[in-house]
Design a protein around this ligand. Structure first.
Ligand SMILES: Cc1ncc(COP(=O)(O)O)c(C=O)c1O
Length: 438
């Protein structure tokens, strides 16, 4: 154990998670590259918080300039904050024309659930059966993708999210859709029967913690219609899928043809500066506002607003959403080549700059094939040894998770793919070789 790790455990305790068998001590970042304490360079194919690139000079300068001018809480008029609200709201669809600023994704989801509960006079919440939306008490009671002592609240029902490349592979899409919507109907009925009613559906449009499920066309729209039909509100958690990550839209919900009643934001918003927010309609805010004095000391302070504005500027000026789309095509093609060559890889998942590939314990056509988290872990560690950073997601932690900063381009994509190919070609990665016929 290094001195720093010991000191960390003595102060932060041993429970704050660290990546990798040999945790990395990173001291610098620029663009899609990171530098460790020994001067080693790492290709960052994992981090979505430095959305427009590590230490982007325009974001750094905007933060520094505003911090050197004025920073304080949110009870004074400030043009920076209003400029940001206007610019951000211009990216949303009607009727989302108001924003409440927060400091994190958790705060945003907590507030969205509170607004929904007051609007509906109900407590019932629908989430997927393997998801994560934050760390507050209300969200811990709805957390299914991480260990929490609270357990599920009696007012929470979980939905099995279909996956046409996973559990539902080979089944007729229309049938998969009908079954999934029937399950949602039953969950709503059970909330009603037990007196909770329906307050909100909270979902991540990429189903990222779940493992990047490929859902049937119309699934999210169908869920939204059921929820609204039962008097509930739809909360789109865009902490992972927002700000152009999917390459095909600025907001993940746009890929599903549904405009949520509330959209929650966090991670990429301030490029690492803690910024979050909830977008909603004036009608919803006008209902919540007069009944609650919602005051957030740091949420929407001038420095946060400067960071958020700079992120929007860079996204526009460097055309990063289009770049994510284009690079995404290169990565997908490369991963598909790898899948064709390695029969223990599952189908390529994801879109834009959020990718996954599942590693299985047997050839994918073998009906006994199961997720192989141990092999996935070895691949993640092997990539780290080659100075490429990725991670794992999914119910079994068996899906390679690749989600780089948005400036990740075709050159970096080739680097990632080459390193991955060499690792997959090498033995041993489990009970049978990863390469077909090897
Ligand atoms: C989809 C989603 N929502 C919400 C959160 C919580 O955000 P934060 O850690 O900023 O509170 C996360 C964090 O990983 C997330 O992935």
């Amino acid at each position: 154990m290094t001195g720093l790790r010991e000191r960390r455990e003595r102060t932060l305790g041993p429970y704050a998670p660290l990546f990798y068998d040999r945790p990395l001590e990173l001291v610098g970042g620029d663009g899609v590259w990171l530098t460790d304490v020994a001067g080693g360079r790492y290709l960052d194919a994992y981090n979505n918080v430095p959305h427009v690139g590590h230490a982007h000079p325009r974001v750094v300068e905007a933060i520094a300039r505003q911090a050197a001018t004025l920073n304080l809480h949110t009870r004074y008029l400030n043009d920076r904050v209003v400029d940001y609200a206007e610019r951000l709201l211009a990216t949303f669809d009607a009727p989302l024309d108001r924003v409440v600023f927060t400091n994190s994704g958790s705060e945003s989801n907590d507030l969205a659930l509170r607004i929904a509960a007051q609007h509906t006079s109900s407590e019932g919440v629908l989430v997927s059966d393997f998801s994560y939306h934050g760390h507050t008490r209300a969200l811990a009671a709805a957390t299914t993708g991480l260990r929490t002592r609270e357990g599920l609240g009696p007012h929470v029902r979980t939905l099995r999210v279909p996956d046409l490349d996973g559990a539902d592979r080979g089944h007729d899409e229309a049938t998969v859709l009908a079954v999934a919507l029937d399950e949602a109907r039953a969950a709503i009925d059970s909330l009603r029967q037990e007196g909770h009613g329906l307050s909100a559906l909270l979902f991540d449009s990429l189903f990222s913690t779940e493992g990047l499920n490929r859902v049937p066309a119309g699934y999210v729209a169908g869920l939204a219609a059921l929820v609204r039909g039962a008097g509930g509100l739809v909360v789109g958690d865009e902490v992972q899928s927002g700000f152009g990550r999917t390459g095909t839209a600025f907001w993940g919900y746009q890929n599903h043809g549904v405009v949520p009643d509330l959209v929650t934001m966090g991670k990429p918003m301030g490029n690492g500066h803690p910024v979050g927010g909830v977008a909603l309609s004036a009608a919803l805010l006008d209902e919540f506002g007069p009944r609650n004095m919602y005051f957030n000391t740091f949420g929407g302070n001038p420095v946060s607003a400067a960071a958020g504005l700079a992120v929007l500027d860079v996204l526009r000026d460097e055309d990063l959403v289009e770049r994510a789309r284009a690079t995404g095509v290169v990565v997908r093609r490369g991963l598909e080549r790898l899948v064709a060559a390695h029969e223990r890889l599952g189908p390529v998942k994801g879109t834009g700059l959020f990718f996954g590939v599942e590693i299985l314990d047997r050839p994918r056509n073998d009906p006994r094939a199961r997720p192989d988290p141990a092999s996935t872990r070895r691949v993640v560690e092997a990539l780290r040894a080659r100075h490429v950073l990725v991670s794992r997601i999914g119910r079994e932690d068996s899906v390679l998770k690749m989600r780089p900063p948005m400036p990740f381009g075709p050159r970096e994509a080739e680097l990632l793919l080459d390193e991955l190919a060499e690792i997959l070609d090498a033995r041993p990665f489990g009970r049978c070789p990863l390469r077909s016929g090897a």
